[in-house]
Design a protein around this ligand. Structure first.
Ligand code: PRP
Length: 186
């Protein structure tokens, strides 16, 4: 689905499919260089990370392994509390593994900061983070993101894995959701 297919629901376009592909290729080059000769495990955080994971994994020239987690943050409404529940855990033993968490977006940072600590506690050799988007203005905790894509303003963004009410994840680009879409339902 293209951003132009839902133009009525969009306030603006943030990144086109090509801009995203270019950024993923840039991140993949760095990851390829940093982990050359290593056995890297990519951990995708469902559901938002599926597109980044699929494209990043294919952009890499390294042989990688892939695993997935699903987590949910407890909180009121859209506010994350930092208390995280594991809905689906990894199948992989992390002992002595080099792990790269793959995320679509870091908002408050609470999910990633919890997840990084959790995976480190399992005996991984290293746990780094790759996130396509980051909202510095929304940060509640500072997370060290080794591979960061774009920094964006504190807006409601959709597409390329990012949803509103589980919709819009299949957009090829990333856009800002028009307020009339979410204001009618609140
Ligand atoms: C999003 C995103 C991160 C988290 C970031 O997931 O994929 O996991 O929120 O927010 P934080 O930095 O404030 O913790 P979401 O909970 O929307 O689930 P989804 O990936 O299934 O859409």
């Amino acid at each position: 689905m293209q951003l132009s297919d839902i133009s009525d629901d969009l306030e603006s376009t943030l990144f086109t499919e090509q801009q995203i592909a270019d950024k993923i290729a840039e991140l993949a080059l760095r990851i390829d260089a940093d982990y050359a000769g290593e056995r890297l495990l990519l951990v995708g955080v469902l559901k938002g990370a599926v597109m980044v994971m699929a494209d990043l994994a294919r952009a890499l020239t390294l042989p990688i392994e892939m695993d997935w987690m699903a987590v949910s943050s407890y909180g009121s409404g859209t506010q994350s509390s930092g208390v995280v529940k594991i809905l689906k855990d990894l199948d992989t033993d992390l002992t002595d593994r080099k792990v790269l968490i793959v995320e679509d977006i870091i908002d408050s940072g609470l999910t990633l900061s919890w997840l990084q600590a959790n995976l480190r506690s399992r005996g991984a050799a290293s746990v780094e983070i790759c996130a396509l988007l980051r909202k510095p203005a929304a940060a509640k905790v500072q997370v060290q993101v080794r591979y960061a894509g774009f920094e964006i303003a504190n807006e409601f963004v959709i597409g390329y894995g990012l949803d509103y009410a589980d919709k819009y994840r299949n957009l090829r680009g990333i856009g800002v959701l028009a307020p009339h879409v979410y204001k009618n339902t609140q």
